[in-house]
Design a protein. Structure first.
Ligand SMILES: Nc1ncnc2c1ncn2[C@@H]1O[C@H](COP(=O)(O)OP(=O)(O)OP(=O)(O)O)[C@@H](O)[C@H]1O
Ligand SMILES: [Mg+2]
Length: 367
């Protein structure tokens, strides 16, 4: 299955530069998710790869072949559009067949592929219906089937699940992931849904304003966000962030807040860049890393006593929202404990010192 590389890609719409000097490459069989807020350039990048838009500079390689100026049909890729784009007058079978026999694939081979995809997607009983006689989820599967029967090594998806209800979205997410595990094709998948990104991707490229903020595995993106944008965009609730200043105290580096109400020893932090005395930083930590009750296996912790704001409960999980250093922070707790903690004016919070993230406040860069 093919590898993909974007080299120094520039894309402008008139005077507006939407993508500026973008570099990104993935190996074969990878499931790349382009993740970012609305308008950041995800669809543009996908359309450049598909050949539906033309680059203004740079080159796009598929399997080390320069496809930058090839016709979409010659790039060897299939695309699933957000809008499904099914032909309303054709049946499901006709939609899936479109572009097969007209491209010289024999009738027998086309039938075989359609039967295979229909079975995989559980739409065999729908083959003779028109799109108007299908539910949204069924139409979605037809659109995926139409891409699969082409049996190209690269499959592109543009927010394919955004029109589905939450339950169906979860089901289809698993189906697409299972399909990828079976077929091991190369996938580029666009979404602004970080749950989709975290659960499906082998690699995620987080984008903002046409610039890749971080490229890495889901674990790298989640555990070591490269900057404040990624820290804030990925994860729900977003990473807790406190405004602090770094102080050198004897041989110790500590982060203190303005009111000197918190002191966090940075001795166990794995610096990428480092920080000097007086540097304004944001200290980040995830809701699930905080503990209400001290645990020996959490290593060195620092304790804060935090006023309680409110609790949010959803099934087995709950979040306690507490005040720390004048800001609201989220702490994940067991849903069964929520009632036990409710009514207390304040709770102790233990922050494990190995679970910190330190960002440069002015630039947002991970330090
Ligand atoms: N044909 C066009 N002409 C001018 N500007 C465009 C055109 N297509 C897209 N843009 C602009 O380029 C930027 C990126 O758009 P794009 O569709 O790639 O965003 P996106 O990340 O896919 O967003 P969404 O999540 O909302 O689909 C936006 O600012 C958009 O307004
Ligand atoms: Mg889009």
């Amino acid at each position: 299955m093919p590898s993909i590389a974007f080299n120094n890609i520039v894309k402008k719409f008139g005077a507006l530069t939407v993508i500026e000097n973008l570099n990104l490459s993935i190996g074969d069989g990878e499931f790349l998710v382009l993740l970012g807020p609305s308008g950041c350039g995800k669809t543009t990048l996908l359309n450049l790869l598909a050949g539906l838009l033309e680059i203004d500079d740079g080159e796009i390689l598929i399997d080390e072949r320069d496809v930058s100026y090839l016709d979409p049909k010659d790039r060897g890729l299939a695309m699933v559009f957000q809008s499904y784009a099914l032909y309303p007058t054709k049946t499901v079978r006709g939609n899936m067949n479109f572009g097969l026999t007209s491209r010289g694939i024999s009738r027998a081979e086309a039938d075989k592929r359609i039967a295979w995809a229909a079975k995989l997607l559980q739409i065999e009983h729908l083959l003779d219906r028109k799109p108007s006689q299908l539910s949204g989820g069924q139409r979605q599967r037809v659109a995926i089937g139409r891409a699969l029967v082409k049996q190209y090594g690269v499959c592109l998806f543009d927010e394919p699940l955004s029109n589905l209800d939450a339950k169906l979205r979860n089901e289809m997410r698993m189906e697409i992931k299972k399909l990828h595990n079976q077929l091991r094709n190369t996938v580029v998948y666009v979404t602004h849904d970080q749950v989709e990104a975290m659960t499906m991707a082998t690699k995620i490229a987080v984008m903002n304003k046409g610039v890749i903020q971080q490229f890495g595995t889901p674990d790298e993106i989640y555990n070591e966000p490269a900057n404040l944008f990624v820290a804030d965009f990925v994860g729900s609730p977003a990473m807790n962030l406190l405004d602090c200043v770094v102080r050198q105290e004897g041989s110790d580096l500590v982060a203190v807040d303005e009111k000197d109400s918190i002191r966090i020893n940075l001795g166990e932090y794995k610096w990428k860049v480092g920080a000097d005395d007086g540097k304004p930083v944001k200290i980040g930590f995830r809701a699930e890393e905080l503990l209400i009750e001290e645990r020996v296996d959490a290593g060195n912790t620092v304790r804060f006593d935090c006023p309680v704001e409110y609790f949010e409960k959803s099934g087995p999980d709950a979040f306690a929202f507490l005040t720390m250093s004048g800001k609201s922070i989220a702490v994940r707790i067991d849903g069964r404990d929520a009632n036990r903690y409710r009514g207390k004016p304040a709770l102790p919070v233990y922050l494990p010192l190995t679970k910190l993230n330190v960002f440069d406040a002015p630039t947002g860069r991970r330090l």
